[in-house]
Design a protein around this ligand. Structure first.
Ligand SMILES: NC(=O)c1ccc[n+]([C@@H]2O[C@H](COP(=O)([O-])OP(=O)(O)OC[C@H]3O[C@@H](n4cnc5c(N)ncnc54)[C@H](O)[C@@H]3O)[C@@H](O)[C@H]2O)c1
Length: 273
């Protein structure tokens, strides 16, 4: 993102939970929420990474709490909400972001399926159920579930990941319906390819080589940045999105709008109008 939007102050006095907030999209979301005044509990499964993020944020003067554990563990999900309430006595926002990257096809073992769903949609549901009461007490709130372009399309050898993201898509609508009477809005974002450590790993650290190749999957001919997804998440959490619930916001540089002709370089009609 070439220009950062002017800093706003939309979340002063508010408290957020961001799962998987110690890296990538989650980390960028924590930073943007803090920059706009929120206090944030961030979870992660890697103790060193989370402790370093917490230290860095506090050094910047941000009010954060790192909670280390596995989102597949129901008791950890409960303790995240309890620890957040113990520290700040309220919770206004939840970003369900941590996910399992187990991406397997017909070779997936039952354990792979269970892990993918436990860390993904089941934990998303548990967290939403746990925050619903406190959010209602705080006068309402907002939840954003991080989905993916993979929720809607076929990709090779990705039965587990894509099915789990597909579950997130409909879970978001069901949550939105049931939590609306409590003043809680629920939406999702669907990122395209974003430069995070998984993508960095796949590129062997060579962004210059792979950006033009994978960029072709997107109308904007590049990959996204974590802060660009964070900006969309903050929009959906904020009162700017007060009449939006049960919706999915693609943050994919036009990925989902492309058809089989791709960017059109080999199309018969390329160049004619
Ligand atoms: N990177 C992309 O291109 C992309 C595209 C579409 C969707 N997404 C989605 O965005 C989200 C974040 O992805 P990312 O690329 O930023 O990931 P990342 O690997 O950079 O960060 C993942 C975070 O989740 C935490 N985490 C992982 N497993 C956990 C578990 N079992 N319990 C608790 N915490 C756990 C990690 O500690 C870390 O904080 C995921 O839901 C992913 O599916 C990413």
């Amino acid at each position: 993102m070439k220009e950062r939007a002017a800093l706003r102050d939309r979340f002063r006095g508010k408290v957020a939970i961001v799962t998987g907030g110690s890296s990538g999209i989650g980390l960028a979301t924590v930073r943007e929420l803090c920059r706009e005044g929120a206090s944030v509990a961030l979870t992660g499964i890697e103790p060193d990474l989370g402790a370093a993020a917490e230290r860095d944020f506090r050094r910047e003067g941000f009010d954060v709490l790192f909670l280390c554990g596995d989102m597949a563990d129901e008791s950890f999900c409960a303790s995240v909400v309890n620890d957040t309430l113990a520290k700040w006595n309220r919770v206004d926002f939840l970003v369900n972001n941590a996910f399992s990257f187990v991406a397997k096809g017909a070779d997936a073992a039952r354990a792979d399926w269970e892990r993918t769903f436990q860390v993904g949609p089941i934990a998303y549901a548990t967290m939403a159920a746990n925050v619903a009461g406190p959010m209602k007490k705080a006068g309402g709130g907002a939840i954003v579930n991080v989905s993916s372009i993979s929720a809607r399309i076929a990709q090779p050898n990705r039965w587990t990941y894509n099915a789990a993201k597909g579950a997130v898509a409909n879970l978001t609508r069901c949550m939105a319906l049931d939590l609306a009477p409590s003043g809680i809005r629920v939406n999702s974002v669907s990122p395209g390819w974003i430069w995070t450590r998984e993508v960095e790993k796949a590129a062997g650290g060579d962004r210059e080589r792979w950006e033009p190749v994978w960029g072709e999957y997107h109308m904007l001919r590049r990959l996204g940045e974590t802060v660009e997804v964070a900006a969309a998440i903050l929009f959906l959490l904020s009162s700017d999105a007060a009449f939006i619930t049960g919706a999915d916001l693609p943050v994919d540089g036009g990925y989902q709008g492309l058809g089989s002709e791709g960017l059109g370089s080999t199309s018969q009609f390329a160049g004619s109008h």
